[in-house]
Each structure stands twice: as C-alpha cells, then as structure tokens.
Design a protein around this ligand. Structure first.
Ligand code: NYM
Ligand code: MG
Length: 286
C-alpha cells in the first residue's frame, strides 16, 4: 500500500488519494500538521504525476479502498476534521433527496457524517420561521431574514465542534439560500450578506441547477411562502450572482442516479482535502 510505501520512508503513516483531473495528495496522518506539510512538500517535489499514476495503477488504488482508509482512520480516532458540504438550489431541485442519498452512502462507507438542514425548524427561532413560511404569522422581510441568519448562528459552535471531531456535515441549504431568497424580494444584497459573515465557510457548495420552469413541473410546490414560479425566477437570478469558485454546478435535470454519482465524487474529493489539512475558515460572501 502507498501508506506503507510513503509512510515507511517518512516514518509515520500516510494515506494518499488521486483525482482523475490531476494529481491530488491526500496525506492524512492526523498527527503533527507541520509534518504533514513537510510530507506534502516532499511528495510534491519528488513524486511526479506519472509515477503517481503508475503507483496507483500497480497498487490498484481504488476510491473504495481510500474510503476504507478513511474508515480506519475514523475508528482509530485519528485527529482529522470532517467536511462542511452544502447543497443549494431552487425549491424542487432535488436537494433533500440527494442529501439523504449522500448521507446513507457515507454511512455505508463507515464515514462519520450527519445530515443537517436550514432552516432548522426544531429550535425556537426555527419555529418562528416555520410559522412564517406556513403563512401562519407575518414578519417584516428584514426581521425574517435575520431570523434565518440567527438560526444558522445558533448552530455555529455545534457545527464547528462536529467538524473538528471528524464528522462530515451534509447541509441542505445555508447562507446562500438566505441571501438569494431575501434579495429576490428586492432587499439590498449587501445588506442580506452582512449577518452571514463570520459563519463557517462551506468546504464545498453543490448547486443543483434547474430552471424554475422545470422545477415547477416536478410534482408542484407545497403551500409555503416562496413556492411560486415567478418568485423562484427571481431567486434563480440571485443565486447566479452569488456563484463563486467554490461552487460546483450540477445539472439537476439528469437522472437521480447520475446526479448522485457526480455528487459522490465531489464529496469524496472534498473529504480527502479536509483530511489533508484544508483549514476551516469564516464565510466571507464577497
Ligand atoms: N429559505 C431558506 C430562506 O428564505 N432563507 C434561508 O436562509 C433558508 C435557509 O425557506 N423556500 C427558504 C427557502 C425555502 C424555505 O426551506 C424552506 P426548505 O428547504 O424548503 O425547508
Ligand atoms: Mg422547500
């Protein structure tokens, strides 16, 4: 195994994953981060892409195998962090079912993961939001925007603890929903972003891309606020403004299994990057 190949020569255990799109070093010793960096430099310097490819071929280094390594590291309680993975998209884009598919998949692989969603309707703040969405209460647009944001802030430290203890979080909607939905009402987008700054930045944003018209055809909307074609068109435009380099856009009109396949690969690479030392950072929303 590469763990042996590299680990033995360097004197501590390592694991290495490889991305089809290019070389990706996934060194996850979980011990001394400076050692990890040194090792990463060492590997970058001395192991060429070609030799990585052939090492992978000769050792039959499959994705499944790497997942097994992650599983082993988890059970060995190695100190590596989980990934913060957010799914975004219009209502009826398929986020909720893809989130639960991803969660089951990670569970099957023995990767510690939890399924989260915003709004989290279980808290007091979440119940106020839920009643607003169900048209059972009226709130000013600014007030409800701040409640959505507070609902994320009240979960921030738990989120950080989970991630630091190695649990990957699959999150159904996050700050981007907050900004896209409120700014679609005509509120200033910079004002909408402000309360989100300082929350944890996702390691990966998976945007399930579907036109508002296609989404509307999917079994119709429920009775909640915002679930109308005209409004969803505006939300879709706002989401476009928010896209940045950390987003991955997935065609949500593909068959469910194809979407799932793409998501699995992106999630896998992200989990490896986090285990490889990618640090948690605050959300900036430029
Ligand atoms: N929503 C969701 C917002 O307006 N702001 C937010 O910050 C979040 C997280 O709530 N139509 C809207 C988007 C949805 C609605 O979400 C309820 P869901 O995922 O349908 O339960
Ligand atoms: Mg919905």
């Amino acid at each position: 195994m590469l763990r042996l190949l590299l680990g033995k020569s360097l004197g501590f255990p390592t694991s290495l994953g490889y991305d089809q799109r290019g070389p990706k070093f996934a060194l996850a010793s979980g011990r001394d981060p400076t050692l990890v960096n040194k090792t990463s430099d060492f590997v970058k310097k001395f192991v060429s892409v070609g030799s990585l490819r052939s090492a992978r071929r000769s050792l039959n280094f499959s994705r499944k195998r790497t997942f097994r390594q992650i599983q082993m590291e988890s059970s060995e309680n190695v100190n590596v962090r989980g990934a913060l993975i957010v799914l975004e998209g219009l209502d009826r884009s398929g986020k909720t079912s893809q989130c639960s598919r991803l969660h089951s998949y990670l569970a099957e692989q023995g990767i510690p993961a939890e399924l989260w969603r915003f709004p989290d309707r279980n808290t007091c703040v979440g119940q106020m939001i839920s009643s607003y969405l169900a048209n059972k209460s009226q709130l000013d647009d600014q007030a409800v925007h701040l409640l959505f944001s507070a609902n994320r802030w009240e979960k921030r430290s738990l989120m950080e603890n989970k991630l630091k203890s190695g649990t990957t979080l699959i999150v159904d909607r996050y700050s981007y929903s907050g900004v896209a939905f409120t700014s679609a009402k005509g509120l200033d987008i910079e004002w909408c972003k402000a309360p989100e700054r300082g929350l944890l930045a996702p390691d990966l944003v998976l945007y399930l891309d579907i036109s508002p018209e296609e989404a509307a055809k999917r079994g119709g909307y429920g009775g909640e606020r915002y679930e109308q074609l005209e409004f969803q068109r505006k939300v879709s435009q706002q989401y476009r403004i928010l896209r940045d380099g950390t987003w991955q856009i997935i065609d949500a009109c593909l068959p469910v299994e194809d979407v799932e396949k793409q998501l699995r690969k992106l999630v896998f690479d992200c989990i490896i990057a986090c285990r490889n030392g990618k640090s948690l950072s605050p959300l900036l929303l430029k």
